[in-house]
Design a protein around this ligand. Structure first.
Ligand code: GLN
Length: 295
C-alpha cells in the first residue's frame, strides 16, 4: 500500500440493493450449500420479515444496515454447515409451522408417512388414545392431533428441553389434546393401555458415515443414534409394546431403510399380526405397523 492511499479517503460504497445482497449471500453459500439462493432468501425473509412477493417488488431497494449485518451472521453460520431450521428456529411439518431448536431433530418429510399411517389406523376408532414416544419437537403428535380431533394423545421424551419445546408448539397451535410426560420409553408410564403407539426413535448406526455429513452433524446424537447398529431402541420399543397396548391396538414405527425386515420379525416374535411395511417417497422401507391381536 503506498503512502498516498493512506491520505485519500475512499468513497463510501453506495448501499447495496436487495437483489445485489442476495446475489452476494448466494455466492458465499455456493461452496457449502446445495441450495444457496434459496437459503439466502429464507435467511433474509426470516430477518427482515419480507414476504416472497416483497423480495421481488423491492429488489432494487436498499436494505437496512442492521438487517444486512444479521443476515451476514446467519449466512456465515450456514456456510459452516448450521441447518437452516436451527438458524431460523422454524420448520414446516404436515402443514404446521413448528418451532425448532438444537435440542430436537429437524422434522423430516419422510416422517409424514408415519403420520399418514397413524391417521388411517385411527380413522375408524371413536376416541383413540395414542402414545407418541420420543416426541422431540412434538411434530408427530401435533400433526396427528390437529387432524384427528377425536384423539387423546400422550407424548413422551427423555429430554426435558425437547418436551418444553413440544409443549410450546402445542400452545402455539392451540392444541389441548396432548399431554406431555418426561419418560425414557415406557419407564415413566402408568398402567394405561393405548389404541396406538407411534414413534420415530433413534435408529442410525453409530458408525454410519452419514453422521459426519450435512445437517445431521448439528442434530442431537441422542435423537439419532442407537446402539446395536441402530437397533437398540426399536428392540426396546417393540419388546414392551404389548404391555401398553389394548388388545386390537396398533403400533407404527419409523425405521431405517434397511430395518424393515428386522422390525417385522421383532413384532412377529411378540405376537403381532397384520404386519406391513410402507415405503417413503424415495421407495425406501420406512414405516412398519402391526396389530396386537384380541385374545
Ligand atoms: N431419518 C433420519 C435420518 O436419516 C433419522 C431419524 C431417526 O434416527 N429417527 O437422518
Amino acid at each position: 500500500m503506498s503512502w498516498l492511499t493512506w491520505l485519500i479517503k475512499p468513497e463510501p460504497l453506495p448501499p447495496a440493493n436487495l437483489s445485489e445482497q442476495l446475489k452476494h449471500w448466494s455466492s458465499l453459500l455456493e461452496p457449502s450449500s446445495e441450495s444457496p439462493r434459496l437459503d439466502a432468501e429464507i435467511l433474509l425473509k426470516h430477518v427482515s420479515g419480507l414476504s416472497d412477493t416483497q423480495l421481488i417488488v423491492f429488489d432494487k431497494e436498499p436494505l437496512e444496515k442492521g438487517i444486512i449485518k444479521r443476515v451476514d451472521d446467519l449466512v456465515a453460520a450456514r456456510s459452516h454447515g448450521s441447518p437452516i431450521a436451527y438458524l431460523t428456529g422454524w420448520r414446516e411439518f404436515y402443514s404446521l409451522n413448528l418451532k425448532i431448536n438444537q435440542h430436537v431433530l429437524i422434522p423430516r418429510p419422510e416422517t409424514e408417512l408415519l403420520v399418514d399411517t397413524a391417521l388411517s389406523l385411527i380413522q375408524s376408532m371413536t376416541s383413540p388414545r395414542i402414545l407418541d414416544m420420543g416426541t422431540g419437537s412434538g411434530a408427530i403428535a401435533l400433526a396427528i392431533a390437529s387432524n384427528a380431533i377425536h384423539a387423546e394423545l400422550l407424548a413422551t421424551d427423555v429430554n426435558e428441553k425437547a418436551l418444553e419445546l413440544a409443549a410450546e408448539n402445542a400452545r402455539l397451535h392451540h392444541i389441548e389434546s396432548i399431554k406431555f410426560l418426561n419418560s425414557s420409553w415406557y419407564s415413566g408410564l402408568a398402567e394405561e393401555r393405548f389404541d396406538l403407539i407411534v414413534s420415530n426413535p433413534p435408529y442410525i448406526d453409530p458408525e454410519d458415515p452419514h453422521l459426519s455429513q450435512g445437517d445431521v452433524r448439528f442434530e442431537p446424537k441422542q435423537a439419532l443414534i442407537a446402539a446395536d447398529r441402530g437397533r437398540a431402541d426399536i428392540i426396546e420399543i417393540t419388546g414392551h409394546a404389548t404391555d401398553h397396548l389394548k388388545p386390537g391396538g396398533w403400533i407404527a414405527l419409523e425405521h431405517g431403510y434397511d430395518q424393515g425386515e428386522f422390525t417385522r420379525a421383532l413384532l412377529k416374535s411378540r405376537g403381532f399380526s397384520g404386519l406391513k411395511t410402507l415405503k417413503d417417497l424415495n421407495r425406501h422401507e420406512r414405516v412398519t405397523m402391526g396389530c396386537y391381536p384380541q385374545r
